[in-house]
Ligand binder design. Structure first.
Ligand SMILES: C[S@@+](CC[C@H](N)C(=O)[O-])C[C@H]1O[C@@H](n2cnc3c(N)ncnc32)[C@H](O)[C@@H]1O
Length: 373
């Protein structure tokens, strides 16, 4: 099994990383028109504070805490696919049908995704799946929106007799893969090209904000699963909370999720999948049975007294330190923020994450269901 080292020891990706060749640098949407009052007090409809708010803050409160936390549809690869879009120096997937994904696809972000993979597997007890799979019966598995492919690679190591297919709209996957892994370019929001009744297991992780119709997505998965096969969906909430009131409304942490919720409303690709219980609803609509779920609180930072939670939080923090920008830039840009405004906000955000003063976590929900025998 591919084991996580440390962030700095992570093997450099041998991604066949193409050079970005197109810099159209265009925000996908025009900025929202804000009323002068909204400009002053924050946007009334989205709850996002105006950009200049972050520039006016004195950061003493967060700086005080710094350092105290001392412990511990399938296609062949065509040149158009490599024509990445560039926004403020970061690259994004090429124009590809209807696909819209909000994260960067460059090395900085890909490293963050690999660290995050470790944080996510820690959060489910070092496992790669929760569905009750019969190991001997899993011959074909699919990972939709595989990203760097790190989950698919680990899964293939654990299931050497299975063929594991990972799909994505960006060709960012490692070329160092076990022999039983293949990666394909496919937009999961288009008709699926896989045979019906084919897969024993389909895994989807963090497709939030990329899917226009979750019911249709799960119907397609249902059709491509064998009877008795399992679908497992792993999604997160972008809203960051605390149980002890340390994530107050005026923190950059509390603001983070609002960029996504507002941006998702504009793009028609919701970020409130967990809050709306969409995974279960879409599985029920598609006809899945034996649906089960696990809710997880994913801490951000090493503030928890529980050692395991501290460890998970440390890796979540590392993910954000590696590339909070690559996660946020597109959404904030979509909402009309300039690069400078985003950087000022992110500086405050990073300080809060590092301070240990805000006991933040976000919710994850894993839902799995079976295609009836
Ligand atoms: C947040 S990343 C998660 C990657 C991976 N599942 C993981 O958990 O490590 C989301 C991935 O979904 C991919 N994606 C977004 N929209 C997609 C679509 N319509 N079809 C296929 N992949 C898509 C993105 O390119 C990105 O690699």
């Amino acid at each position: 099994m591919h084991r996580f080292l440390s962030a700095t020891q992570l093997p450099p990706h041998a991604h066949p990383r193409p050079q970005a060749t197109m810099a159209d640098n265009k925000p996908e949407q025009q900025p929202e028109q804000q009323s002068p009052r909204a400009q002053e007090a924050g946007n009334e409809s989205t709850g996002i504070f105006p950009a200049h708010y972050w520039a006016t803050l004195v950061d003493d409160a967060d700086d005080e805490g710094l350092g105290e936390d001392d412990s511990d549809s399938t296609a062949s690869l065509t040149s158009s696919v490599l024509r990445y879009r560039t926004i403020h120096g970061r690259t994004y997937h090429s124009e590809r049908g209807n696909a819209q994904y909000w994260g960067s696809n460059d090395d900085q972000q890909n490293e963050a995704q690999d660290i995050n993979h470790h944080a996510l597997t820690l959060a489910i007890d070092d496992k790669l799946y929760l569905a009750p799979l019969d190991k001997a019966k899993v011959k074909n598995a699919l990972d939709v929106g595989t990203g760097t492919g790190i989950w698919a690679i680990d899964f293939a190591d654990e299931f050497p007799d299975a063929k594991v297919t990972g799909t994505d709209i960006s060709p960012i996957q490692s070329i160092w893969v076990p022999p039983n892994v293949v990666f394909e370019l496919e937009d999961c929001t288009q008709s699926w090209t896989f045979p019906r009744n084919h897969f024993d297991y389909i895994h989807m992780r963090w497709l939030v904000g990329s899917i226009d119709d979750w019911h249709l997505l799960f119907k397609r998965a249902f059709a491509c699963l064998k009877p008795g096969g399992w679908l497992e969906s792993y999604e997160m909430s972008t809203t960051w909370e605390s149980d002890d009131g340390t994530v107050t409304e005026n923190t950059a942490l509390a603001q983070w999720g609002k960029f996504y919720v507002a941006g998702g409303r504009q793009s028609g690709r919701t970020f409130t999948v967990v809050n709306d219980n969409l995974q279960r609803k879409a599985m029920e609509t598609a006809g899945f049975v034996d649906i089960d779920k696990r809710d997880i609180k994913q801490p951000i930072g090493r503030w928890s007294k529980d050692q395991r939670m501290r460890e998970i939080g440390a890796f979540t923090q590392l993910t954000l330190e590696q590339d909070a920008e690559g996660y946020l830039l597109f959404m904030a840009n979509t909402l009309g923020w300039s690069r400078e405004e985003i950087m000022v906000y992110l500086a405050k955000f990073r300080r809060e994450v590092q301070s240990g003063a805000h006991h933040a976590y976000y919710r994850q929900r894993v839902v799995w269901g079976k295609r009836p025998e």
